[in-house]
Design a protein around this ligand. Sequence first.
Ligand SMILES: NC(=O)C1=CN([C@@H]2O[C@H](COP(=O)(O)OP(=O)(O)OC[C@H]3O[C@@H](n4cnc5c(N)ncnc54)[C@H](OP(=O)(O)O)[C@@H]3O)[C@@H](O)[C@H]2O)C=CC1
Ligand SMILES: O=C(O)CCC(=O)C(=O)O
Length: 428
Amino acid sequence: MPSLFDGAGARISAALEHVDISEDTAQRLAQPDTALKVSVPLRRDDGTLTLYPGYRVRYDDTLGPAKGGIRFHPDVGADEVATLAFWMTIKCAVLGLPFGGGKGGVAVDPKGLSPAELERLSRAWVDKVADFIGPNTDIPAPDVNTNPRVMGWMMDQYRIINRGEVREVITGKPVEMGGSAGRATATGDGAFHTLTTMMQRWDRQAEGTTVAVQGFGNAGARFARRCAEAGYTVVAVSDSSGAIHDPNGLDIDAVIAHKEAHRSVASGYSEGDVGGAGRGETLGNDELIELDVDILAPAALENVVTADNADRVRAGTIVEIANGPVASEADATLAANGVAVLPDILANAGGVTVSYFEWVQNRQAWYWDASTVAERLEQRMVDATKRVADRAESLEIDHRTAAYVIALEKLDAAARARGTSSFFRDGG
Ligand SMILES: NC(=O)C1=CN([C@@H]2O[C@H](COP(=O)(O)OP(=O)(O)OC[C@H]3O[C@@H](n4cnc5c(N)ncnc54)[C@H](OP(=O)(O)O)[C@@H]3O)[C@@H](O)[C@H]2O)C=CC1
Ligand SMILES: O=C(O)CCC(=O)C(=O)O
């Protein structure tokens, strides 16, 4: 399999066949602007010291300060962070947000840390990258295994270093620390709005439509709940411990309660203690991908649909809630089999959209109520989805390529407006 970064490049090449942008912009987007690698020191509770590799990549800031999450996961590496930062660049452009793309991470298994260790690690990461991030340069946010609590510690550490509070340096914070209403649910909500917009366009109904969701964290669990509330039949969900499947439909509220109690969707399931959902079976994560469902929503990690299993995907539609769940080498097989892919750079953009709202609210010190945030998020997601679908139809291309075309046009126009100097950072 090509590297994640090379796979992302393949998608750009496909889009370049349908859009006329300057050679400068194409070259500029072929590699990250700035990549920082650090060692993040953690004093463990037992007094020993562990150093974890940490990263922050500012891929491109043509459209505004770099924006993107920070991930704590043992598999985090330079290639992955650069690719995720590239996707953020494209995603912000597709949504029309005034941000470039960034991403960060620490190669650590946070499940093996105590709460105090997790706090020290979060603060240590900020100590290492504090000169690199900033409200006008690069604004982190949550991603896999990071959450509002982690963002709160990070903002607080930046306050200590800066000797003054800068709320808009990080988004996804607890509401009590300047976080936005609706940020915690924004990614799942945004994916739901993209799906709903496309279902209306396809003249399809939620009732009788089956859904499988891989990953039951911030994004996946919220999406599953929105689907269930709207009348879809959510037949399978999973987390890192495995999947549960009931062809009659799972009771998502019961599964959420079960996950909270057991820290796993699958453990204890066979004993039937997941409320009304206690029928059905447990499955492996690979089997969930191949279930005979209408909608497959991967909401965990990259490369879960690859050249190896693409032919066995039976869903008619994939909603990419995770970043990069479909490997580029799977594209041709999925297209040949008529599988519609609603791409990550559109479908999971609800999170960064409400992060943008949070940044705006922090700058104005003027906070919106939950219904205002929800309304504005829905409007942005519906508009962006329609723009992508219209472009896909007019150019007779798939939705991912259409989203890239829109993003590349925006990035090229902004680069031209800035002039050549936009390709060089101060002193760089
Ligand atoms: N948070 C956000 O705002 C945004 C997130 N995304 C993307 O969405 C995806 C999920 O992020 P988020 O929900 O925030 O992360 P979380 O950490 O909240 O949840 C991740 C979920 O994925 C599960 N998981 C991890 N490894 C596997 C595996 N091998 N097989 C199946 N499930 C697995 C985890 O299981 P367990 O619970 O057992 O740990 C957990 O349920 C990522 O790709 C992220 O980049 C995209 C846009 C914004
Ligand atoms: O909220 C943000 O700024 C970024 C979220 C993110 O990391 C993503 O969209 O992948």
